[in-house]
Design a protein around this ligand. Structure first.
Ligand code: 6R9
Length: 648
């Protein structure tokens, strides 16, 4: 990896755990060695913290590897661990504070949440939904969304949540692939002061989804919708009158809990299959360790339940730990760009878990918005979804965390189910930009193209060497694809698709998807390195770089840069930025062209879509844009790229 990343890393800043974390949930450094010495016993002890109907016979069955099975023979229903068992000791504790975008509020204690889940579970049963039937869920971030997931789990019906920002076509494709028998949805969802017409998309999707017999429709936004007799049922007509208790369906540890679709780099979305016992074990454990969760905490994971982060750290992890969470329905800029900071002040949020894309957006908007509000309740910050550039880390730490909050940069995937690489507050000395080290019980490594472990200080492909309880079990309906995508690149090792470099302390620096790595004049250069160098310039809020075909260098680096508010982009700045990157990394990483833009093309979960930028840079017809959140910006960038000749 040339000398490139060394320069960035040599500026290494270190943040030891603050003394306030001396008594964190996991504060003994020996935990790593203990877990490593007997990782099955380590996970077994975590499973023992949950509520089981029957104990497992075997912790790990690897006889059909890589179709691993965890806690085989064990029986449980995840909702008993998440709800019932808290009733005796903490029934009146708040499970969710909720605030709608228009400002309406709701509070649900564990007791109330339990009752509501049981009611919806009974309503589903009355419509004929049975154990093993898949239910699609397509809603905004209202309390009924986690309730819907839990109601499905209560009766043993796997859920398949489709993010409310997806189109009717994407929804239909996912419903068909999962063979869903029912849909839980709403008339609409509030987003930036406008109504997203969810039910309209459901109607369109169901026109071509013959397996769906029923839809339950929550009235949320009050927009006019069509209800089809016999198929569609108002939530408020069937749920409140259903009984508030519902016996939990005993499930096998390996029964399907949910399917969640993740977009493949090409082709059909992959239905990632997660099961019951192992998944809950690991999301509960990681939520407790990584966020050092305490009963008095107010935890806010800003992810939508349409993503895995919402499944694991809005619903299952926090509830298994009896935690109190905040859920907010809308966008961060409604009615103004300080909405999140107002929420933190109003609810005295202690832990904030969000994504680098949000952090960089706030940097762009400027410090004024967070400064308006009292953020002193915060004690811990988290990041997930992309590498967090060291500069964004520093800003998050100083401006949001007031310099006192540790940051946990958590690496994981839809497929891994739970966090695998992350600092532990109380133990880990953080380095901005590094997810630090694999969590206890996780065996990660960095290998070369032949699958050989690369010594510390080197870079290559991230792999996971041992199975972990929350791992995906397969791709729904496509076991061969499961083998191809994750297990055939390096036999016996799980390959997540990410590039990674390890420094001499054994810290992991994630470098983005390997499909995005650039090859410039024979040097492998990661997009993350160059983007981080650009973001480190005081004028830059956000950057995306891609390699575009070049007759001389093989690939040339094309950069797309979002400037901070009130900075004007001109030719002098282009020269300054190119020199800045050359200074930080080396001349080889100097972008050949730089285009200024107000925004970058992102997926609906906020990840930069570099593939589209490559298409633009190479003047190709755009590939699949169905997962794109902000389609307009692509045309704008395309126009600008065409008028901006290479800088040299
Ligand atoms: C949880 C989630 C997974 C991909 C993953 C990686 C990137 C996530 C990261 C990170 C660097 C982190 N990613 N967290 N890269 N540092 N802390 O995001 O799941 O949507 O499936 O995406 O996101 O590239 O492979 P998912």
């Amino acid at each position: 990896m040339a000398k490139t990343i060394e320069n960035l890393l040599s500026e290494e800043r270190r943040f030891p755990p603050p003394t306030a974390f001396a008594r964190a949930a996991i504060a003994q450094p020996g935990i790593f060695e203990r877990a490593d010495a007997d990782y099955l016993r380590f996970w077994e002890a975590e499973a023992e913290r949950l509520q089981w109907r029957e104990r497992w016979r075997q912790v790990l069955d690897d006889s059909k590897a890589p179709f691993y099975r965890w806690f085989t023979g064990g029986k449980l229903n995840v909702t008993e661990s998440c709800l019932d068992r808290h009733l005796a000791t903490a029934g009146d504790r708040v499970a969710y504070y909720w605030e709608g975008e228009p400002g309406d509020k709701r509070t649900l204690t564990y007791r109330e949440l339990h009752a509501e889940v049981c009611r919806l579970a009974n309503a589903l049963k009355s419509l004929g939904v049975r154990k093993g039937n898949t239910v699609a869920i397509y809603m905004g971030m209202v309390p009924e969304l986690p309730i819907a997931l839990l109601a499905c789990a209560r009766i043993g019906a796997p859920h398949s949540v489709v993010f409310g920002g997806f189109s009717a076509e994407s929804l239909g494709e996912r419903i068909r692939d999962a063979g869903a028998v029912a849909v839980i949805t709403a008339d609409g969802a509030w987003r930036r002061g406008r109504v997203v017409p969810l039910k309209e998309s459901v109607d369109e999707a169901l026109a071509n989804a013959p397996t769906v017999r029923h839809a339950i429709v929550l009235r949320r936004a009050g927009n006019e919708i069509r209800m089809r007799a016999g198929r569609d049922h108002w939530y408020h007509e069937i749920v409140p009158k259903a009984a508030a208790s519902c016996a939990p369906e005993p499930m096998d540890a390996e029964d399907l809990l949910f399917i969640l679709y993740t977009s493949g780099s090409a082709g059909k979305p992959k239905g990632i299959a997660h099961t019951t016992g192992g998944y809950l074990t690991q999301v509960a454990a990681t939520h407790r360790y990584v966020f050092d969760i305490k009963p008095e905490d107010r935890f806010w994971c800003t992810a939508d339940c349409g993503w895995v982060t919402g499944h694991s750290y809005v619903v299952y992890g926090p509830l298994a730990n009896g935690a109190t969470s905040l859920i907010y329905e809308g966008t961060p800029d409604f009615p103004d760009k300080d909405r999140w900071w107002k929420l933190i002040a109003d609810y005295r949020v202690t832990i904030l878990y969000t994504a680098p894309t949000a952090i960089r957006t706030f940097m762009k908007w400027g410090d004024d918005y967070p400064r308006r509000r009292d953020l002193s309740s915060l004690r811990l910050l988290g990041s997930v979804g992309e590498p967090i550039n060291p500069e964004a880390w520093m800003w998050y730490h100083a401006t949001i965390g007031g310099g006192r909050c540790p940051i946990v940069d958590t690496w994981w995937q839809t497929e891994t189910g739970a966090i695998l690489i992350s600092p532990l507050p109380g133990i880990t000395t953080a380095k901005p930009g590094s997810a630090t080290r694999p969590l206890p019980g996780i065996a990660a490594d960095v290998v070369d193209e032949h699958g050989r472990s690369v010594p510390l200080g080197g870079g290559g492909y991230l792999v996971i060497r041992r199975p972990w309880p929350a791992m995906l079990r397969t791709i729904h309906g496509a076991p061969e694809r499961y083998l191809d995508v994750y297990w055939r690149r390096f036999p016996g090792l799980y390959f997540p698709g990410d590039g990674c470099k390890r420094d001499l302390d054994g810290y992991y620096w994630l470098l983005g998807r390997v499909d995005d790595v650039m090859l410039v004049s024979g040097h492998n250069i990661s997009t993350t390195e160059v983007e981080s160098a650009l973001v480190a310039h005081p004028a830059v809020a956000e950057a995306a770089v891609v390699g575009r075909a070049d007759p001389i260098t093989g690939q040339a680096i094309a950069a797309f840069v979002v400037l901070k508010a009130a900075v004007a982009g001109d030719d002098a700045l282009i020269t300054a930025l190119r020199d800045h990157v050359a200074r930080k990394i080396g001349a080889v990483a100097k972008p050949a062209s730089i285009v200024f833009t107000e925004d970058l093309p992102k997926t609906r979960s906020g990840k930069i879509m570099r593939r589209l930028l490559r298409d633009i840079s190479e003047e190709r017809k755009l590939g699949d844009v169905t997962t794109l959140a902000n389609a307009d910006i692509v045309e704008t960038i395309r126009g600008r790229a065409a008028h901006s000749p290479p800088s040299e």
